[in-house]
Design a protein around this ligand. Structure first.
Ligand SMILES: *Cc1c(COP(=O)(O)O)cnc(C)c1O
Length: 216
């Protein structure tokens, strides 16, 4: 939550986070529900990685912002299989691979246009019933399958800890699972908990409100 009258600009917020971030950690600015002007402002401040949650909203923004070179798009939202077609070829990363059917569809759509997408397997560490994410014991077979498919590069793991629990043990568990699988990337940490995620080895953090303020 950002207090009304919050004086910081997007550029100041980007700079404030960057000053605390090791160079090895990529800041993904999650711009869902933000207007393209906000993305342009962050871009002007040097931000290059942006994350979106809704496939059609993202596609419209990607078209509107196609003039910005080196802007790298990450898709971080829950993904219905029938929306994958909007993502290829311009989404460079998908953080929310959680099932075989989705891996096959991503492979089909990206390889059809000669592109490769980096994927992270979203792990449901909390065992929450309603939540997306792959159960921990299903991660290894999903990674093995995805590694066989064209158009996919399996880069690492992602998690969103249950909001009512301390995040650190979840982050540590994700890192252990990542190490066990011999993967590189760890997408973990949001506005409320990113310093803890960085301490636990995050390589990608996903910040929305800490960069853009409230989503209204
Ligand atoms: C919205 C969202 C974020 C950013 O959340 P904030 O709390 O605003 O930083 C990060 N990751 C995912 C998957 C999201 O949906």
């Amino acid at each position: 939550m950002i207090a009304s009258g919050e004086p910081l600009t997007i550029a100041a917020r980007v700079a404030a986070v960057r000053s605390r971030l090791p160079a090895s950690v990529t800041l993904v600015a999650v711009s869902k529900l933000q207007p393209q002007e906000a993305i342009r402002e962050a871009y002007a401040a040097g931000q290059r990685h942006f994350g979106e949650n809704y496939a059609q909203e993202w596609r419209a923004k990607a078209d509107a912002l196609a003039d910005l070179p080196d802007l790298t798009w990450h898709f971080v939202g829950g993904l219905q299989t029938n929306k994958v077609k909007y993502l290829a070829p311009r989404a460079a990363w998908v953080h929310t691979l959680d099932r075989e059917e989705l891996a096959r569809e991503l492979a089909k759509r990206f390889s059809a246009v000669g592109a490769t997408v980096r994927v992270l397997v979203e792990v449901n560490l909390g065992g929450e019933q309603q939540k997306s994410g792959c159960a921990p014991e299903r991660v290894e077979p999903l990674v093995a399958l995805a590694r066989q498919l064209p158009g996919l590069e399996v880069a690492g793991l992602m998690c969103i800890p249950p909001p009512d629990e301390a995040p650190r043990p979840h982050f540590a568990r994700l890192r252990a699972l990542r190490d066990q699988l011999g993967l590189r990337e760890l997408s973990m940490g949001m506005s409320a908990d990113w310093p803890i995620a960085v301490e636990e080895g995050a390589t990608l953090i996903r910040l929305g409100t800490a960069i853009f303020g409230s989503r209204g």
